[in-house]
Ligand binder design. Structure first.
Ligand SMILES: Cc1cc2nc3c(=O)[nH]c(=O)nc-3n(C[C@H](O)[C@H](O)[C@H](O)COP(=O)(O)OP(=O)(O)OC[C@H]3O[C@@H](n4cnc5c(N)ncnc54)[C@H](O)[C@@H]3O)c2cc1C
Length: 257
């Protein structure tokens, strides 16, 4: 098997890259370890910045996004029960944030890629990337029927995330230089079927910060920043989302719940 660009990973990076190459007449093959159904059902990101929306439109994947995306013109920060609106639209020359879930982006990109003749091997796990410093790198991968394959490429694009095989295949120090900043906290999130919310970051107690964001027209996500390794604790009893009606509604704004 041979191609110009072998792409590992059918996430947003791999799919966008493949379509952008296609529009410039460059052929590519995507190797993806998960099934199409699994990719299209995994909930992750929900917010697209303007440049991402512009790129989706430019490559021909923006039709549903434009129709169904939920445009936000700003955010509201709340301290001590008072809201402080940050009008991003005015501050950033008319640029906005669009709420459109990542799995919807992936559905659109996969459909477009397949419609325009793209090759995506689903349930095909890359085991190794070899000869990365030569003119002809190759990807070894296995399909779900147990068959092993080799994809010879002019270039390999490792779009399989920082824990994928690509990064470790690039020799550290000689070629690869890692620059990491690991923050000592993570996010604990709950997805709820609920009417639209304002898009607001809300410190709800003196010690904790929460974020409630719309995740589509009938869904929202509540998140709490937590020290790495800690447990959610009583935060979600204190913050009143739709599923905690007895608490004081610290996230509410006029016209929203
Ligand atoms: C809970 C959560 C919320 C987020 N919210 C936002 C948000 O609101 N806005 C935002 O911009 N970003 C957000 N992000 C970040 C965003 O999801 C990532 O930046 C984005 O998914 C990165 O895309 P990617 O294509 O680089 O990698 P990924 O999406 O991780 O895709 C990598 C792909 O490679 C495949 N793969 C891995 N190893 C192999 C292998 N060996 N062989 C073949 N395939 C392989 C994986 O199955 C996967 O499909 C969020 C992330 C999470 C987890």
């Amino acid at each position: 098997m041979q191609t110009q660009v072998g792409i590992i990973g059918a996430g947003p990076a791999g799919l966008l890259l493949s379509q952008m190459l296609h529009l410039r007449g460059i052929e590519s093959v995507i190797i993806e370890s998960r099934s199409r159904d699994a990719i299209e059902a995994t909930i992750r990101a929900g917010v697209l910045e303007q440049s991402t929306v512009d790129l989706m439109v430019e490559i021909g994947a923006g039709e549903r996004l434009k129709r169904e995306g939920f445009v936000h013109h700003g955010i509201e920060l709340r301290f001590g029960g008072r809201g402080h609106r940050i009008n991003l639209h005015d501050l950033a020359n008319g640029r906005t944030i669009t709420v459109y879930a990542q799995h919807e982006v992936l559905k659109d990109l996969i459909a477009l890629r397949l419609r325009t003749g793209g090759v995506i091997h689903f349930e095909a796990k890359a085991d190794a990337v070899e000869d990365v410093t030569t003119e002809s790198p190759q990807i070894r991968f296995m399909t779900n029927d147990g068959q092993k394959h080799v994809l010879r490429c002019d270039f390999v694009a490792g779009c399989d995330g920082s824990y994928g095989v690509s990064r470790s295949a690039v020799p550290e120090h000689e070629v690869r230089h890692d620059y990491f900043r690991i923050y000592p906290f993570g996010w604990f999130g709950i997805l709820a079927k609920s009417p639209p919310s304002s898009f607001n970051a809300t410190p709800t107690t003196r010690s904790t910060t929460g974020l409630t964001s719309a995740f589509g027209k009938n869904c929202r996500r509540g998140s709490k920043a937590m020290a790495s390794g800690s447990r959610p604790g009583p935060f979600f009893r204190k913050v009143s989302f739709r599923y905690a009606p007895s608490s004081a509604n610290r996230c509410s704004m006029a016209g929203y719940s």
